[in-house]
Design a protein around this ligand. Structure first.
Ligand SMILES: Cc1ncc(COP(=O)(O)O)c(C=O)c1O
Length: 419
């Protein structure tokens, strides 16, 4: 039985030629299964500590038994019925997203939810809703402010608000009207730019912690100052919480570190919401919802009962103060470990930063050799932005697995820099 399974896995694993050329993947590594924060390549007989969580997705661990049970039960009850009709799981999840958000210090006036299938789609919806809100005030109010170093997705709208030229330039003309600012600029300068364009701006989109850009938590004063100027011009503020949300920062949402007057009009979530099952959401306040009418937006799969059943469970687990506290505790352990390593390798590691279990360790030069050595020694990590190794393990990682991964990372740095 096991041999049959391995043989058929081997056969598919050699069929790489059938995939389009969009990903660079390590050769000779095939993930066959996972358990919480461990991944296994049974073809090559290897085991890994997983500090990637499928890019901040499997917050409740790989092959979570409770999620497997929910999927199995819901799949034999109702998978899909479209948005032509109400389904109970979708209604439950919408209510839970709004109520948990308000209970746990997130958007104080969260009110309605649009459910879809991926982070990019959630941002597409957010950008469309912001534009509709702008146009409802004045047909010229359509522009979007975004930030350098941001990442909002690969679909045309989300890509238009993503700054990285590597992702943008191959695709020619994108959605017009997006202005990129540098979040590190002086706040008064940023505010005066927004002020000067105010009548032509529909929305501002920002990740409270920039993830792909290199793990940069945006100073709370900057977010609050941007919200203040946007509020003065009725510009919809969108917080992209797709990577940094759902407990990763140690609060349910990264924007829950902000006072209510700096909360967004719209926020987006995806990744951890389905623990790997595709689902995403765009949450809005009543002001935004009032600009929308039936038919403005839609999706065939969004809000399907299968995905929503998982989302309901994920929110129950993560939306609990005790769960969030243990994320902060593990985050502190991880950052402290990395800071000790930085002290030892101060000529090579220039910064350790982050919040909760989204942590970046920035090197002076490209850390590819460290990442490759770590993989060889049994640890999976990803890079982000410039020279930064990103740590986004499952939020349920055991303390000893976290330590095991840190030890492997230290050995990898040691190997590359010979200390
Ligand atoms: C902050 C942020 N926004 C949007 C996205 C896009 O999400 P998806 O890949 O699910 O479309 C990502 C994905 O990495 C992200 O990190």
């Amino acid at each position: 039985m096991l041999r049959n399974c391995l043989n058929s896995t081997r056969r598919f694993a050699s069929n790489k030629a059938y995939q389009v050329t969009t990903y660079a993947r390590p050769e000779d590594l095939y993930i066959t299964r996972g358990v919480n924060a461990k991944l296994f390549d049974d073809i090559h007989g290897k085991e890994f500590v997983d500090f990637t969580a499928g890019i901040a997705v499997t917050a409740l661990g790989h092959a979570n038994p409770k999620i497997a049970e929910i999927l199995q039960k819901q799949a034999s009850t109702l998978v899909h019925c479209s948005n032509l009709y109400y389904n109970v799981e979708c209604l439950k999840l919408s209510e839970k997203l709004v109520e948990k958000t308000k209970q746990l210090g997130g958007q104080y006036n969260a009110s309605r939810v649009f459910l879809c299938n991926s982070g990019s789609e959630a941002n597409e919806a957010a950008l469309k809703f912001a534009k509709k809100y702008g146009i409802s005030q004045n047909p010229k109010k359509q522009g979007i402010i975004s930030f350098e170093n941001s990442f909002h997705g690969r679909t045309m709208g989300a890509l238009s608000a993503t700054s990285n030229p590597k992702y943008r330039t191959p695709f020619g003309d994108l959605v017009p009207g997006v202005t990129f600012l540098n979040v590190n600029d002086d706040l008064t300068k940023l505010q005066s730019i927004v002020n000067s364009k105010g009548d032509n701006l529909a929305g501002l989109i920002v990740e409270p912690i920039q993830g792909e850009g290199g793990v940069f938590p945006i100073p709370l004063e900057t977010l609050a100052g941007l919200k203040e100027v946007c509020e003065a011009h009725n510009i919809a503020v969108i917080y992209d919480e797709i990577q940094c949300g759902l407990g990763r920062s140690g609060k349910l949402w990264a924007h829950a570190y902000l006072p209510p007057n700096a909360h967004p009009d719209i926020f987006t979530t995806a990744k951890a919401l389905g623990n790997g099952f595709p689902i995403a959401a765009t949450v809005v306040n009543e002001k935004i919802n009032n600009a929308l009418v039936v038919g403005d937006h839609g999706t065939t799969y969004g809000g399907n009962p299968l995905a929503c059943a998982v989302g309901n469970y994920v929110l129950d687990v993560i939306g609990d103060q005790k769960f969030l506290d243990q994320v902060l505790e593990k985050g502190e352990f991880l950052q402290n470990g990395l800071k000790k390593l930085q002290a030892k390798y101060k000529d090579h590691i220039v910064d350790v930063r982050g919040k909760g279990l989204i942590v970046g360790c920035q090197f002076k030069e490209n850390p590819a050799a460290v990442v490759n050595k770590a993989r060889e020694l049994g640890l999976l990590v990803i890079t982000a932005g410039k020279n930064t190794v990103r740590f986004v393990p499952p939020l349920t990682i055991e303390k000893e697995t976290l330590k095991e991964g840190l030890d492997i990372f230290e050995k990898s740095v040691e190997f590359v820099y010979h200390k």
